[in-house]
Design a protein around this ligand. Structure first.
Ligand code: HEM
Length: 515
């Protein structure tokens, strides 16, 4: 008898399996030992329990159980891309930063993000959008951690946890609730400007590629001679600014912003942004009608100079290791770039590295995506998950033992001095004027965006269940511009006379604060 067809087919399958086993690299445990069977747990016969001695199974489950790290406390939903920044040399006369010398090419990693909604939330929800850039310069990393909008809701870091609590889901219902965040914002008239921008279609960009980025804060630039100017940075998209209506965004889908990057940059279609800088001389600070270190203010109508161009042309090989484990911080600066007295920025200088030590561990700067591409030499050592080999005996400073790995200060990189002679205090800034720039922004909007703003903003205001909160909010928009406030009052069915009376009170308070 010849073998049956079934037996022949089985033999062919076994032969194919053996051939595959010869070519495919063998599976190992994390310890490196080859794995014999990754399909079946080791059991006590057919009917007995699973053996605790099945180390491979226990390790596999335990390792899996620990896959999640805390998501970012804000900006949890995001996506990254890699590329290069080329400086045109225009900023060189203001800063000694090596990355701004003419023609210098600096590798970059960018993470775009949404602010409030958690990792895994739909990307079509209205939000400011994060635009964080890590420059791997020859003199260490510089992180420019900005948003698509040029201003922020608040001006003092003291209010940031309160603001985020109000915007995040309720601790009772676990649902985002406009009554909660407008309750908070009704006490912060300085948020009028950013709320106005956010509720235009800028809150729902068509793509991360079609939005601008803004550093928001003033930073300090220091040149080779120690001369100081203040600067604000702005990424201008070469793709142009293009946004969706809320309906279009929802139709674009749950993952549309991330999908777009992988479908374009991920397929070799580069995206570009020009970097612009606005320069403010220290002697001109007092001449402005507003405080230039107030993050709720734009440096409207100040000329900007183009200082370089960024090209993003690659998406990371691995989402977790690059995008999720990336850590940006406004405190990560290079010689020639220093903080300004902006009170919001000053709080951020602490907050980011602090959360990253919690989220990623004390050695987060050793992770590949965060590690500088220039040498690191200092006495910092050890700690959980320390992976970079430490070389040399000298883990203290100063030392004369050059052959044992001594490292020294470089006087040219000393931080710039500045004079302060004042009283320590707890007091709001002067020149608070919370409404003028919101009115300016409203008046420059084309009619279709005015209409979009009224529609988008009134939809959320109409979800507010406490009438007083709604009325105060609309009075702030009225104080910014009567036409804006009147249209909103109609769309929210409020009594215009009551809104006007509250707006007059808010404007009176501004006048009193100014005197
Ligand atoms: C992320 C705090 C204001 C832009 C974060 C994170 C914290 C934080 C704790 C998470 C960081 C991480 O887990 O790696 C604060 C505080 C602020 C503030 C305390 C005010 C005092 C701002 C402002 C901007 C901004 C004004 C824009 C100019 C961003 C961006 C990210 C972020 C883009 C995400 C970075 C990434 O992609 O990893 N912020 N923030 N934040 N913040 Fe802020």
């Amino acid at each position: 008898h010849s073998p049956s067809a079934a037996i022949l087919a089985a033999a062919a399958l076994i032969a194919a399996g053996a051939a595959q086993a010869a070519e495919t690299p063998r599976q190992t445990q994390d310890s490196g030992a080859p794995v014999g069977d990754n399909q079946n747990s080791k059991t006590a016969g057919e009917w007995g329990g699973v053996m605790l001695e099945d180390f491979h199974l226990i390790e596999k489950l335990a390792r899996f159980d620990r896959e999640r790290i805390p998501e970012r406390v804000v900006h949890a939903r995001g996506t990254g891309a890699e590329g290069e920044f080329v400086s045109n040399g225009e900023l060189d006369r203001f800063t000694k930063a090596a990355l701004f010398k003419a023609g210098v090419k600096t590798p970059v990693f960018v993470r775009f993000s949404k602010v409030i909604h958690p990792n895994g939330s739909p990307e079509f929800l209205r939000d400011p959008h994060g635009f964080a850039t890590k420059f791997y310069s020859t003199e260490g990393n510089w992180d420019l951690v900005g948003n698509n909008l040029p201003v922020f809701f608040i001006r003092d870091a003291m209010k940031f946890p309160d603001m985020v609590h109000s915007l995040k889901p309720s601790p009772v219902t676990n649902k985002q609730d406009p009554t909660r965040f407008f309750d908070f914002f009704s006490h912060q008239p300085e948020s009028t400007h950013m709320i106005t921008q956010l509720y235009t279609d800028l809150g729902t960009p068509q793509s991360y590629r079609t939005m601008d980025g803004n550093g928001v804060h003033a930073l300090k630039l220091v040149d080779e001679d120690g001369k100081v100017v203040f600067v604000k940075f702005h990424w201008k998209s070469q793709q142009g600014i293009r946004n969706y209506t809320p309906e279009q965004a929802e139709k674009a889908g749950f993952n549309y912003l991330t999908d777009d990057l992988y479908a374009t940059i991920g397929k070799g279609q580069a995206a570009k942004w020009d970097l612009y800088a606005k320069i403010l001389k220290p002697e001109d600070v007092a001449k402005l009608s507003y405080n230039p270190f107030d993050a709720t203010k734009d440096w409207y109508d100040m000329p900007e100079i183009k200082v370089g161009t960024m090209t993003l042309n690659k998406v990371p090989e691995n989402f977790f290791q690059s995008t999720e484990m990336s850590a940006f911080s406004p405190g990560v600066m290079v010689p020639g770039i220093e903080p300004s007295p902006d009170r919001l920025l000053q709080g951020r200088l602490f907050s980011y590295a602090d959360t990253q030590r919690h989220r990623l561990g004390p050695n987060y700067q050793q992770l590949a995506v965060n590690a500088p591409r220039s040498p690191v030499a200092n006495g910092a050592q050890d700690g959980a998950m320390n992976t970079v080999p430490r070389v040399g005996d000298v883990n203290y400073q100063p030392s004369r033992r050059r052959d044992a790995g001594a490292y020294a200060d470089t006087a040219a990189y000393k931080l710039s001095p500045y004079e302060v002679s004042t009283t320590i205090q707890q007091k709001a800034i002067g020149k608070q004027e919370p409404f003028i720039q919101a009115g300016l922004f409203w008046n420059r909007l084309p009619e279709d965006q005015k209409a979009a703003l009224i529609r988008n903003l009134s939809a959320d205001l109409n979800g507010v269940t406490v009438p007083e909160i709604k009325e105060i909010m609309v009075s702030h928009f009225y104080a910014a511009d009567p036409d804006y406030g009147t249209r909103l009052a109609t769309a929210t069915k409020l009594d215009l006379a009551a809104v006007k009376a509250r707006a007059a009170k808010a404007l009176e308070a501004v006048k009193l604060a100014a005197n």
